[in-house]
Design a protein around this ligand. Structure first.
Ligand SMILES: Nc1nc2c(ncn2[C@@H]2O[C@H](COP(=O)(O)OP(=O)(O)O)[C@@H](O)[C@H]2O)c(=O)[nH]1
Ligand SMILES: Nc1ncnc2c1ncn2[C@@H]1O[C@H](COP(=O)(O)OP(=O)(O)O)[C@@H](O)[C@H]1O
Length: 363
Protein backbone atom coordinates (compact mmCIF):
# COMPACT_ATOMS: atom_id res chain seq x y z
CA UNK A 1 0.00 0.00 0.00
CA UNK A 2 1.48 3.36 -0.92
CA UNK A 3 1.29 6.47 1.18
CA UNK A 4 -0.98 8.20 -1.32
CA UNK A 5 -3.34 5.23 -1.35
CA UNK A 6 -4.14 5.61 2.30
CA UNK A 7 -4.76 9.33 2.24
CA UNK A 8 -8.47 9.18 1.44
CA UNK A 9 -9.04 6.89 4.39
CA UNK A 10 -7.25 9.33 6.62
CA UNK A 11 -9.91 12.04 6.27
CA UNK A 12 -11.77 11.00 9.35
CA UNK A 13 -8.69 11.29 11.54
CA UNK A 14 -7.23 14.35 13.14
CA UNK A 15 -4.99 16.52 11.04
CA UNK A 16 -1.96 16.59 13.36
CA UNK A 17 -0.96 13.01 12.86
CA UNK A 18 -0.94 13.41 9.11
CA UNK A 19 1.26 16.48 9.40
CA UNK A 20 3.69 14.66 11.68
CA UNK A 21 3.81 11.69 9.39
CA UNK A 22 4.62 13.98 6.47
CA UNK A 23 7.32 15.70 8.44
CA UNK A 24 8.87 12.51 9.77
CA UNK A 25 8.80 10.46 6.60
CA UNK A 26 10.48 11.77 3.49
CA UNK A 27 7.41 11.57 1.32
CA UNK A 28 7.80 12.31 -2.34
CA UNK A 29 6.82 15.78 -3.48
CA UNK A 30 3.72 14.43 -5.16
CA UNK A 31 2.61 12.69 -1.99
CA UNK A 32 3.15 15.85 -0.01
CA UNK A 33 1.22 17.95 -2.51
CA UNK A 34 -1.62 15.45 -2.48
CA UNK A 35 -1.73 15.50 1.31
CA UNK A 36 -1.67 19.29 1.40
CA UNK A 37 -4.51 19.40 -1.15
CA UNK A 38 -6.49 16.98 0.95
CA UNK A 39 -5.97 19.04 4.08
CA UNK A 40 -6.84 22.30 2.35
CA UNK A 41 -9.95 20.71 0.91
CA UNK A 42 -11.02 19.83 4.41
CA UNK A 43 -10.96 23.57 5.04
CA UNK A 44 -9.93 23.42 8.67
CA UNK A 45 -7.11 25.11 10.54
CA UNK A 46 -3.95 23.00 10.52
CA UNK A 47 -2.26 22.12 13.77
CA UNK A 48 1.35 21.03 13.85
CA UNK A 49 1.65 18.60 16.75
CA UNK A 50 4.55 18.00 19.07
CA UNK A 51 6.14 14.71 18.13
CA UNK A 52 7.10 12.60 21.15
CA UNK A 53 9.26 9.50 21.38
CA UNK A 54 12.46 8.44 19.69
CA UNK A 55 11.68 8.78 15.96
CA UNK A 56 13.00 6.41 13.30
CA UNK A 57 16.10 7.57 11.47
CA UNK A 58 15.09 9.48 8.31
CA UNK A 59 14.14 7.07 5.53
CA UNK A 60 13.21 7.06 1.87
CA UNK A 61 10.43 4.79 0.76
CA UNK A 62 7.76 3.36 2.97
CA UNK A 63 4.27 1.96 2.99
CA UNK A 64 1.71 2.62 5.66
CA UNK A 65 -1.66 1.61 6.93
CA UNK A 66 -4.06 3.05 9.46
CA UNK A 67 -4.84 0.71 12.34
CA UNK A 68 -8.12 1.37 14.05
CA UNK A 69 -8.58 4.98 15.01
CA UNK A 70 -5.46 5.09 17.11
CA UNK A 71 -2.33 4.73 15.09
CA UNK A 72 -0.60 4.43 11.79
CA UNK A 73 1.71 1.56 10.94
CA UNK A 74 4.69 2.69 8.85
CA UNK A 75 6.92 0.13 7.13
CA UNK A 76 10.35 1.37 6.12
CA UNK A 77 11.81 0.11 2.89
CA UNK A 78 15.26 -1.43 2.74
CA UNK A 79 15.68 -1.49 6.49
CA UNK A 80 16.89 -4.22 8.82
CA UNK A 81 14.22 -6.51 10.32
CA UNK A 82 14.63 -4.92 13.75
CA UNK A 83 14.00 -1.43 12.37
CA UNK A 84 11.36 -1.89 9.68
CA UNK A 85 8.07 -1.39 11.53
CA UNK A 86 7.10 1.80 13.34
CA UNK A 87 3.85 3.05 14.80
CA UNK A 88 2.84 6.69 14.75
CA UNK A 89 0.29 6.96 17.53
CA UNK A 90 -2.23 9.76 17.26
CA UNK A 91 -5.14 8.74 19.45
CA UNK A 92 -4.00 5.98 21.84
CA UNK A 93 -4.62 6.29 25.61
CA UNK A 94 -1.05 7.59 26.01
CA UNK A 95 -1.67 10.32 23.41
CA UNK A 96 -4.97 11.33 25.00
CA UNK A 97 -3.25 11.61 28.36
CA UNK A 98 -0.35 13.67 26.95
CA UNK A 99 -2.72 15.93 25.01
CA UNK A 100 -4.58 16.68 28.22
CA UNK A 101 -1.39 17.09 30.26
CA UNK A 102 0.50 19.31 27.80
CA UNK A 103 -2.52 21.17 26.43
CA UNK A 104 -1.28 20.82 22.84
CA UNK A 105 -1.74 18.33 20.04
CA UNK A 106 0.74 15.47 20.25
CA UNK A 107 1.62 12.33 18.34
CA UNK A 108 4.24 9.76 19.32
CA UNK A 109 6.47 7.24 17.64
CA UNK A 110 6.72 3.70 18.95
CA UNK A 111 8.97 1.14 17.37
CA UNK A 112 7.47 -2.25 16.42
CA UNK A 113 9.34 -5.09 18.10
CA UNK A 114 8.86 -8.60 16.79
CA UNK A 115 7.84 -11.45 19.03
CA UNK A 116 6.22 -11.84 22.38
CA UNK A 117 9.01 -10.44 24.53
CA UNK A 118 9.14 -11.60 28.10
CA UNK A 119 8.13 -8.96 30.56
CA UNK A 120 10.84 -6.49 31.54
CA UNK A 121 12.03 -6.64 35.15
CA UNK A 122 12.01 -3.50 37.26
CA UNK A 123 14.27 -3.61 40.31
CA UNK A 124 14.16 -0.99 43.04
CA UNK A 125 15.52 -0.64 46.54
CA UNK A 126 17.47 1.78 48.70
CA UNK A 127 21.03 2.74 47.88
CA UNK A 128 23.48 0.08 49.05
CA UNK A 129 20.95 -2.75 49.39
CA UNK A 130 22.68 -4.82 46.68
CA UNK A 131 20.62 -4.22 43.50
CA UNK A 132 23.69 -3.74 41.33
CA UNK A 133 25.39 -6.82 42.79
CA UNK A 134 22.36 -9.02 42.11
CA UNK A 135 21.94 -7.68 38.57
CA UNK A 136 25.65 -8.09 37.71
CA UNK A 137 25.58 -11.67 38.91
CA UNK A 138 22.47 -12.43 36.85
CA UNK A 139 23.92 -10.85 33.72
CA UNK A 140 27.16 -12.76 34.18
CA UNK A 141 25.36 -16.08 34.58
CA UNK A 142 22.85 -15.47 31.76
CA UNK A 143 24.54 -13.07 29.34
CA UNK A 144 22.37 -13.98 26.39
CA UNK A 145 19.07 -13.91 28.29
CA UNK A 146 19.10 -10.60 30.13
CA UNK A 147 20.10 -7.12 29.01
CA UNK A 148 20.58 -4.10 31.24
CA UNK A 149 18.76 -0.88 30.42
CA UNK A 150 21.51 1.73 30.66
CA UNK A 151 20.00 4.79 32.34
CA UNK A 152 20.95 8.43 31.90
CA UNK A 153 22.08 10.37 34.93
CA UNK A 154 23.40 13.81 35.76
CA UNK A 155 25.49 12.51 38.67
CA UNK A 156 29.27 12.21 38.26
CA UNK A 157 30.74 8.81 37.40
CA UNK A 158 32.26 6.74 40.21
CA UNK A 159 35.82 5.57 39.81
CA UNK A 160 35.06 2.25 38.10
CA UNK A 161 31.97 3.34 36.19
CA UNK A 162 32.12 3.58 32.40
CA UNK A 163 30.00 5.88 30.26
CA UNK A 164 27.51 3.89 28.18
CA UNK A 165 27.92 0.74 30.30
CA UNK A 166 26.89 1.65 33.82
CA UNK A 167 25.13 4.89 32.90
CA UNK A 168 24.97 7.44 30.13
CA UNK A 169 26.50 10.33 32.06
CA UNK A 170 24.99 13.56 30.84
CA UNK A 171 24.32 17.22 31.60
CA UNK A 172 21.11 18.49 33.18
CA UNK A 173 20.16 20.80 30.27
CA UNK A 174 20.62 18.09 27.65
CA UNK A 175 18.65 15.55 29.66
CA UNK A 176 15.83 17.98 30.38
CA UNK A 177 15.53 18.75 26.67
CA UNK A 178 15.36 15.03 25.81
CA UNK A 179 12.71 14.56 28.50
CA UNK A 180 10.65 17.38 26.98
CA UNK A 181 11.08 15.80 23.55
CA UNK A 182 9.53 12.59 24.88
CA UNK A 183 12.68 10.49 24.61
CA UNK A 184 12.35 9.05 28.11
CA UNK A 185 10.10 6.31 29.39
CA UNK A 186 10.43 7.65 32.90
CA UNK A 187 12.65 9.96 34.89
CA UNK A 188 13.03 11.12 38.47
CA UNK A 189 15.12 13.30 40.69
CA UNK A 190 16.96 10.97 43.09
CA UNK A 191 19.43 12.00 45.83
CA UNK A 192 19.73 15.44 44.16
CA UNK A 193 20.44 14.20 40.62
CA UNK A 194 18.33 13.48 37.57
CA UNK A 195 18.00 9.84 36.46
CA UNK A 196 15.96 8.43 33.61
CA UNK A 197 15.33 5.50 31.28
CA UNK A 198 15.42 6.45 27.62
CA UNK A 199 13.22 4.64 25.12
CA UNK A 200 16.38 3.86 23.16
CA UNK A 201 17.96 2.11 26.15
CA UNK A 202 15.05 -0.33 26.39
CA UNK A 203 14.88 -0.80 22.62
CA UNK A 204 18.59 -1.60 22.49
CA UNK A 205 18.01 -4.55 24.82
CA UNK A 206 14.89 -5.70 22.96
CA UNK A 207 16.64 -5.47 19.60
CA UNK A 208 19.11 -8.02 20.93
CA UNK A 209 16.17 -10.28 21.77
CA UNK A 210 16.95 -10.07 25.48
CA UNK A 211 14.81 -9.57 28.54
CA UNK A 212 15.21 -6.05 29.85
CA UNK A 213 16.31 -5.28 33.41
CA UNK A 214 15.71 -1.80 34.80
CA UNK A 215 17.42 -0.63 38.01
CA UNK A 216 15.32 2.42 38.89
CA UNK A 217 14.06 4.14 42.02
CA UNK A 218 10.54 3.89 43.47
CA UNK A 219 9.28 7.02 41.66
CA UNK A 220 10.50 5.58 38.36
CA UNK A 221 8.87 2.23 39.16
CA UNK A 222 5.62 4.09 39.83
CA UNK A 223 5.81 5.77 36.40
CA UNK A 224 6.47 2.46 34.64
CA UNK A 225 3.61 0.87 36.58
CA UNK A 226 1.31 3.65 35.35
CA UNK A 227 2.44 3.24 31.73
CA UNK A 228 1.33 0.65 29.19
CA UNK A 229 4.47 -1.41 29.83
CA UNK A 230 3.78 -4.74 31.49
CA UNK A 231 6.70 -5.48 33.76
CA UNK A 232 7.53 -7.45 36.89
CA UNK A 233 8.34 -5.19 39.82
CA UNK A 234 10.77 -6.38 42.49
CA UNK A 235 11.75 -4.43 45.59
CA UNK A 236 14.98 -5.37 47.38
CA UNK A 237 15.02 -4.80 51.15
CA UNK A 238 17.99 -4.88 53.54
CA UNK A 239 17.87 -7.24 56.54
CA UNK A 240 18.17 -4.15 58.77
CA UNK A 241 18.83 -0.44 58.54
CA UNK A 242 22.18 -0.91 60.32
CA UNK A 243 23.28 -3.47 57.72
CA UNK A 244 22.24 -1.09 54.91
CA UNK A 245 24.41 1.66 56.40
CA UNK A 246 27.30 -0.76 56.79
CA UNK A 247 27.09 -1.82 53.11
CA UNK A 248 26.81 1.74 51.88
CA UNK A 249 29.89 2.76 53.88
CA UNK A 250 31.90 -0.33 52.95
CA UNK A 251 31.29 0.33 49.24
CA UNK A 252 33.29 3.51 49.71
CA UNK A 253 31.90 5.34 46.69
CA UNK A 254 30.08 8.23 48.39
CA UNK A 255 31.11 11.19 50.51
CA UNK A 256 29.82 11.33 54.10
CA UNK A 257 27.31 13.97 53.02
CA UNK A 258 26.04 11.73 50.21
CA UNK A 259 25.83 8.75 52.57
CA UNK A 260 23.71 10.75 55.00
CA UNK A 261 21.40 11.89 52.20
CA UNK A 262 21.01 8.33 50.88
CA UNK A 263 20.28 6.97 54.34
CA UNK A 264 17.65 9.66 54.94
CA UNK A 265 15.99 8.82 51.62
CA UNK A 266 16.23 5.09 52.33
CA UNK A 267 13.67 5.30 55.14
CA UNK A 268 11.02 6.77 52.85
CA UNK A 269 11.93 4.37 50.01
CA UNK A 270 11.64 1.34 52.31
CA UNK A 271 8.28 2.52 53.57
CA UNK A 272 6.98 3.13 50.06
CA UNK A 273 8.45 -0.08 48.64
CA UNK A 274 6.72 -2.15 51.29
CA UNK A 275 3.36 -0.41 51.44
CA UNK A 276 2.61 1.28 48.10
CA UNK A 277 1.45 -1.86 46.32
CA UNK A 278 3.64 -1.04 43.30
CA UNK A 279 5.82 -4.11 43.74
CA UNK A 280 4.89 -7.67 42.88
CA UNK A 281 7.67 -9.14 45.02
CA UNK A 282 9.78 -8.10 48.02
CA UNK A 283 13.16 -9.81 48.38
CA UNK A 284 15.28 -9.47 51.51
CA UNK A 285 18.97 -9.40 50.63
CA UNK A 286 20.46 -10.87 53.79
CA UNK A 287 22.83 -13.70 52.89
CA UNK A 288 23.76 -12.99 49.27
CA UNK A 289 23.77 -16.52 47.80
CA UNK A 290 20.38 -17.35 49.24
CA UNK A 291 18.91 -14.04 48.03
CA UNK A 292 20.34 -14.62 44.56
CA UNK A 293 18.82 -18.12 44.51
CA UNK A 294 15.39 -16.68 45.42
CA UNK A 295 15.81 -13.97 42.79
CA UNK A 296 16.48 -16.59 40.09
CA UNK A 297 13.59 -18.76 41.23
CA UNK A 298 11.27 -15.83 41.03
CA UNK A 299 12.32 -14.87 37.51
CA UNK A 300 12.11 -18.44 36.30
CA UNK A 301 8.60 -18.84 37.70
CA UNK A 302 7.50 -15.59 36.17
CA UNK A 303 9.04 -16.59 32.86
CA UNK A 304 6.99 -19.77 32.84
CA UNK A 305 3.87 -17.91 33.80
CA UNK A 306 4.42 -15.07 31.36
CA UNK A 307 1.07 -14.11 29.94
CA UNK A 308 0.58 -15.41 26.44
CA UNK A 309 -0.80 -13.17 23.77
CA UNK A 310 -4.46 -13.84 22.93
CA UNK A 311 -5.59 -16.13 20.16
CA UNK A 312 -5.39 -14.41 16.82
CA UNK A 313 -8.67 -14.35 14.98
CA UNK A 314 -8.29 -11.38 12.69
CA UNK A 315 -5.54 -9.54 10.93
CA UNK A 316 -4.79 -7.00 8.31
CA UNK A 317 -1.75 -6.99 6.10
CA UNK A 318 0.51 -4.84 4.01
CA UNK A 319 2.62 -6.00 1.09
CA UNK A 320 6.04 -4.62 0.32
CA UNK A 321 8.75 -5.98 -1.96
CA UNK A 322 7.26 -9.46 -1.82
CA UNK A 323 7.17 -9.33 1.98
CA UNK A 324 3.92 -9.36 3.88
CA UNK A 325 3.54 -7.68 7.22
CA UNK A 326 0.65 -9.07 9.19
CA UNK A 327 -0.92 -7.09 11.97
CA UNK A 328 -2.73 -9.31 14.41
CA UNK A 329 -6.05 -7.90 15.45
CA UNK A 330 -8.05 -8.31 18.64
CA UNK A 331 -9.71 -11.60 19.47
CA UNK A 332 -13.08 -10.01 19.98
CA UNK A 333 -14.40 -6.55 19.29
CA UNK A 334 -13.44 -4.30 22.14
CA UNK A 335 -10.44 -6.33 23.33
CA UNK A 336 -7.07 -4.74 23.07
CA UNK A 337 -4.95 -5.67 20.06
CA UNK A 338 -2.28 -8.31 20.41
CA UNK A 339 0.51 -5.82 19.88
CA UNK A 340 1.14 -4.67 23.40
CA UNK A 341 2.71 -1.66 25.02
CA UNK A 342 3.24 1.22 22.67
CA UNK A 343 4.32 4.81 23.27
CA UNK A 344 6.11 5.86 25.38
CA UNK A 345 7.77 2.44 24.89
CA UNK A 346 8.17 0.08 21.95
CA UNK A 347 5.14 -1.78 20.58
CA UNK A 348 5.80 -5.46 21.15
CA UNK A 349 4.07 -8.53 19.74
CA UNK A 350 4.63 -7.82 16.04
CA UNK A 351 4.47 -10.78 13.67
CA UNK A 352 6.60 -10.28 10.61
CA UNK A 353 6.61 -13.02 7.99
CA UNK A 354 8.60 -12.92 4.77
CA UNK A 355 6.92 -14.81 1.91
CA UNK A 356 8.28 -15.87 -1.47
CA UNK A 357 5.07 -15.46 -3.39
CA UNK A 358 2.95 -12.35 -3.08
CA UNK A 359 -0.30 -12.84 -1.24
CA UNK A 360 -1.36 -12.79 2.36
CA UNK A 361 -0.09 -15.72 4.34
CA UNK A 362 -2.67 -17.59 6.36
CA UNK A 363 -2.11 -17.43 10.09
N1 LIG B 1 13.85 6.71 38.16
C1 LIG B 1 15.06 6.25 37.87
N2 LIG B 1 15.90 5.90 38.85
C2 LIG B 1 17.11 5.42 38.52
C3 LIG B 1 17.53 5.26 37.18
N3 LIG B 1 18.78 4.76 37.18
C4 LIG B 1 19.13 4.59 38.45
N4 LIG B 1 18.12 4.98 39.28
C5 LIG B 1 18.06 4.93 40.73
O1 LIG B 1 18.79 6.01 41.25
C6 LIG B 1 19.25 5.66 42.56
C7 LIG B 1 20.69 6.04 42.68
O2 LIG B 1 21.47 5.28 41.82
P1 LIG B 1 23.05 5.34 41.91
O3 LIG B 1 23.49 6.75 41.90
O4 LIG B 1 23.62 4.44 40.88
O5 LIG B 1 23.34 4.81 43.37
P2 LIG B 1 23.17 3.40 44.10
O6 LIG B 1 21.73 3.02 44.12
O7 LIG B 1 23.71 3.67 45.44
O8 LIG B 1 24.00 2.40 43.35
C8 LIG B 1 18.97 4.17 42.71
O9 LIG B 1 17.80 4.03 43.49
C9 LIG B 1 18.70 3.70 41.31
O10 LIG B 1 17.79 2.60 41.30
C10 LIG B 1 16.60 5.63 36.17
O11 LIG B 1 16.84 5.53 34.98
N5 LIG B 1 15.41 6.11 36.57
N1 LIG C 1 23.94 -9.82 50.67
C1 LIG C 1 24.98 -9.01 50.86
N2 LIG C 1 25.72 -9.10 51.99
C2 LIG C 1 26.75 -8.26 52.20
N3 LIG C 1 27.15 -7.30 51.35
C3 LIG C 1 26.44 -7.15 50.22
C4 LIG C 1 25.33 -7.99 49.91
N4 LIG C 1 24.83 -7.59 48.72
C5 LIG C 1 25.59 -6.56 48.30
N5 LIG C 1 26.57 -6.30 49.20
C6 LIG C 1 27.57 -5.23 49.13
O1 LIG C 1 26.90 -4.02 49.46
C7 LIG C 1 27.45 -2.94 48.74
C8 LIG C 1 26.33 -2.23 47.98
O2 LIG C 1 25.85 -3.08 46.95
P1 LIG C 1 25.37 -2.51 45.56
O3 LIG C 1 25.07 -3.68 44.69
O4 LIG C 1 26.33 -1.50 45.05
O5 LIG C 1 24.02 -1.79 46.02
P2 LIG C 1 22.99 -0.89 45.20
O6 LIG C 1 23.22 -1.16 43.75
O7 LIG C 1 21.66 -1.35 45.66
O8 LIG C 1 23.27 0.51 45.58
C9 LIG C 1 28.51 -3.50 47.82
O9 LIG C 1 29.78 -3.28 48.39
C10 LIG C 1 28.18 -5.00 47.76
O10 LIG C 1 29.33 -5.78 47.56
Amino acid sequence: MTASAILPSVKRFRHPFLMAWMRACWCSLIQRLMAIRLLLSLGRRLTIPSVLGAAPAPFRGHSAMVLGEERLLVLKQNSSPDDCAWFLEFNTPFIKEQRKKLGVEVVAWSKGVEGDCLKPIVISGPSGVGKGTLISRLMKEFPSTFGFSVSHTTRSPREKEKDGIHYHFTQKNAMEKDITDGKFLEHASVHGNLYGTSIKAVEAVMDEGKRCILDIDVQGAKSVRASSIEAIFIFICPPSFEELEKRLRSRGTESEEQIQKRLRNARAELEEGKTSGIFDHLLVNDEFESCYADFKKLLCLEGLNAKKIEEITSHSASKEDGKILIYCGATEAGKRPSSIGGAPGPTTGMKIRPTVAPGVKEL
